[in-house]
Design a binder for this molecule. Structure first.
Ligand SMILES: [Zn+2]
Length: 364
């Protein structure tokens, strides 16, 4: 079975990790983080580093066919943040950049893996570019997920310890419209206004929304035209689309490939796509959600809630391949905000939850 977590060791490791600043793209910073994680686990697993231009991908593994723990070494905080937002341990709460997302998650992974019996198989993958879309890591993530019976993502938990069982797929599209310029007063009929077409397109885009199944569309940026007395020859917009299911993702992709034209003299083009597919719970992941719930109940006396959220993570890549539980990391507040911090009382039950799930996955 698994032994008890060591709270003081977790505090010490968190302080060390938070004090290594590691914004995405800072190769030295993310290397510092994974070097420390590797050092903490070198006696129990095989360590591998794969270089990428955003820094190394760390894999620590033991045996075969064990659960995959998925974490990232990068943060959204620029270098120098520690100067006016230092690591602060107030006992019940611990604050600092990256405490919640996700240096606290890495601390939990280290502790959970050290709690296991020596023959339980596992793989821990720590990537350097999650906060910027995981372009360098996606292949490794999907390869390791295919080999695992269960994926545990160390992203922050939700209030009261809830985990994330569904995540939105996020689409990023650019609309480009080419019209025909002409003098707005002298030759209005010769012009084809790209801005007028854009206005129609924006309303049409909102018609693609389906709030019942959580599909949302936001046209967040528009620009176009040159002067008020010229019919606009050019206009463009930036669009964010969120979907909860693969079916909705396909519907949006297909629809934007062949958009209507409200003025046939204008050219209309949508470019872009979904950078992360939606994460949907299924029957298999539900079994693991139930198991996690039983364990959590026995540890805390409380039920474990599974929620669907609008943001994406690397769990979006793995959920299609392998049952995935996300948000197993620390519980706190203010991810990506200056109030970022961890509520410490959740750390021990979280480490035990992760350890027991890895132990169960290892005996499958
Ligand atoms: Zn994260």
């Amino acid at each position: 079975m698994v032994r008890r977590p060591a709270s003081d060791d977790m505090r010490a490791r968190l302080e060390t990790l938070v004090n290594i600043e590691s914004p995405s793209g800072d190769v030295e910073g993310v290397r510092g983080v994974v070097d420390f994680v590797a050092e903490q686990l070198a006696d129990i697993g095989k360590v591998r580093m794969d270089a990428t231009k955003r820094g190394p991908i760390l894999t620590v593994s033991r045996g075969q066919g064990g659960a995959l723990l998925l974490g990232h070494s990068d943060t959204v905080w620029p270098k120098g943040t520690l100067k006016d937002m230092p690591y602060k341990d107030e006992g019940d709460w611990v604050y600092g950049p990256g405490t919640l997302d996700m240096k606290g998650g890495l601390v939990l992974a280290i502790e959970a893996l050290r709690m296991l019996d020596g023959d339980t198989p596992f793989t821990l993958l720590v990537t350097p570019d999650e906060e910027v879309g995981s372009e360098m890591s996606r292949e490794s993530i999907e390869r390791e997920a295919r080999l695992a019976p269960l994926v545990l993502v160390l992203e922050p938990g939700m209030p009261a310890g809830a985990i994330k069982v569904g995540r939105a797929g996020v689409g990023d599209f650019r609309l480009t419209i080419t019209g025909i310029e002409s003098h707005a007063g002298l030759d209005p009929d010769k012009g084809a206004s790209a801005i007028k077409e854009l206005a129609h397109q924006v309303l049409w885009l909102h018609g693609l929304e389906n709030k019942v199944v959580s599909t949302t569309v936001n046209v967040g940026v528009v620009e176009g035209g040159t002067r008020s007395n010229v019919t606009a020859g050019h206009a463009e917009g930036r669009i964010d689309v969120r979907v909860a299911t693969a079916a909705e993702m396909e519907r949006i992709k297909k629809t934007l490939k062949a958009p209507p034209r409200f003025d046939s003299r204008c050219q209309v083009r949508y470019q872009g796509g979904f950078n992360r597919p939606p994460m949907e719970p299924n029957a298999k992941s539900q079994e693991w959600i139930n198991q996690a719930g039983e364990i959590w109940q026995s540890l805390t006396g409380e039920s474990l809630v599974g929620v669907r959220v609008g943001g994406a993570s690397d769990g979006n890549y793995t959920a299609r391949l392998t049952p995935t539980l996300d948000g197993l990391g620390p519980v706190g507040q203010g991810a990506h905000a200056r109030t970022e911090g961890i509520e410490w009382r959740f750390m021990e039950p979280r480490a035990t939850l992760i350890a027991q799930l890895v132990a169960r996955a290892g005996t499958q």
